[in-house]
Design a protein around this ligand. Structure first.
Ligand SMILES: [Zn+2]
Length: 368
């Protein structure tokens, strides 16, 4: 067991070092999927994978971090803590569940404190069938020039134009249009891409290599940036099928636990999304019964998170326009939007994630 603050790190290179050290302490082996580029500090980038349990386990729990780059600052802490958590490891072992830790699914975004990949793609909108016509989000097109103005910080006129849209359409409706995913503006927000990204292909390779034997699989995918500070929303992850939704509710929402929500329903902080990662499980591991959950930890208010994302995209569109001070300010806003340095927040993250992990093991082991 380590102290909770020692599980977290404020930058990718240190988070990765802590993950690798945790894997070594746990006495399990590490597999590295090297990214072709280097990180913000010139460091090596990789998706690091460690399996705690037998390779032929029929029951497999995936715990993944950093789908949305910078959000890995939180998810990595959960993984590192778990690797040092003997009670948790013993629980999974006793119940016959192997745990697959996938660290930094989008290591480039993690290192550069961005939510998107090196292709400016939202990895969790990138899992669509690119052989078919791309989904059209026409409403996003209309918002794009207002979201990403020529000048940053935005002019008063720009802020007023956005404020008018919020008051006319409502914050939730606007969030749905912006965050749903769009495939026509490669430099825009929540862009889903034109092809599978490096991280997308890497995730499929990981599932092919570790998911072949599993008959029952669960996935806890760690996210931040939506909802009240420190609160963990449990968002159903999977196809729109009654039986698997019911399983998720039984495993994670019963006995007075925080309810399981469905993205796009009124009670979730998340809008309905296109191109989510979980579709890869059904395609790569069709033999397995799958039950999934996204854990979404709240940070700062949604309006401020959107502002951070706008600034971040603006900076990458106008590399030369931002001086060092502005660039640093934008980066620290991104960090604050998706991570909190306080011990209190980290404690909330660990306790809620740990509960969901224990519940996942019980669900996998007992079956329903
Ligand atoms: Zn996320």
């Amino acid at each position: 067991m380590i102290a909770i603050p020692d599980a977290f790190a404020g930058r990718y290179a240190l988070a990765r070092a802590r993950f690798i050290a945790g894997v070594a302490t746990a006495g399990i082996s590490l597999q590295q999927y090297r990214h072709p580029l280097n990180g913000m500090e010139g460091e090596e980038l990789a998706v690091d994978v460690a399996l705690d349990g037998p390779v032929d386990a029929e029951h497999l729990l995936i715990v993944s971090s950093g789908c949305h780059g910078v959000e890995g600052l939180c998810g990595s802490g959960v993984q590192v803590f778990a690797l040092h958590d003997d009670e948790w490891r013993e629980k999974a072992r006793q119940q016959g569940v192997a745990v697959l830790y996938v660290h930094a699914l989008n290591p480039h975004g993690f290192s550069f404190l961005r939510r998107v990949t090196e292709e400016n793609v939202d990895l969790n909108r990138n899992f669509i069938d690119f052989g078919k016509p791309l989904p059209v989000n026409a409403e996003y097109d209309e918002l794009h020039p207002i979201l990403l103005p020529e000048q940053w910080p935005p002019t008063l006129q720009n802020e007023m134009a956005l404020g008018k849209l919020v008051s006319e359409r409502g914050e939730a409706a606007l969030q749905a249009v912006i965050s749903r995913g769009q495939y026509q503006r490669p430099d825009g927000l929540f862009y889903g891409g034109q092809a599978p990204t490096w991280s997308h292909k890497t995730l499929r390779a990981i599932l092919q290599s570790y998911g072949r034997k599993a008959k029952r699989m669960a996935w806890l995918d760690l996210h931040t940036g939506l909802g009240p500070f420190g609160f963990c929303e449990r968002i159903y992850l999977g196809r729109n099928e009654a039986a698997s939704m019911q399983r998720a509710i039984d495993w994670w929402g019963g006995n007075g636990a925080t309810p399981v929500t469905v993205a796009g329903d009124g009670d979730s902080a998340s809008a309905e999304l296109t191109g989510q990662m979980h579709s890869a499980i059904y395609e790569e591991c069709p033999h397995a019964q799958f039950t999934g959950l996204a854990l979404e930890f709240g940070t700062i208010p949604a309006v401020q998170v959107l502002q951070a994302l706008r600034g971040d995209h603006w900076r990458h569109l106008h590399e030369d326009a931002a001086d060092d001070a502005l660039a640093q300010q934008i980066q620290s806003q991104m960090r604050a939007a998706f991570y909190d340095e306080s011990d209190g927040w980290k404690g909330l993250v660990i306790s809620q994630a740990r509960q969901a992990m224990f519940q996942a093991v019980d669900g996998l082991a007992t079956g329903s």
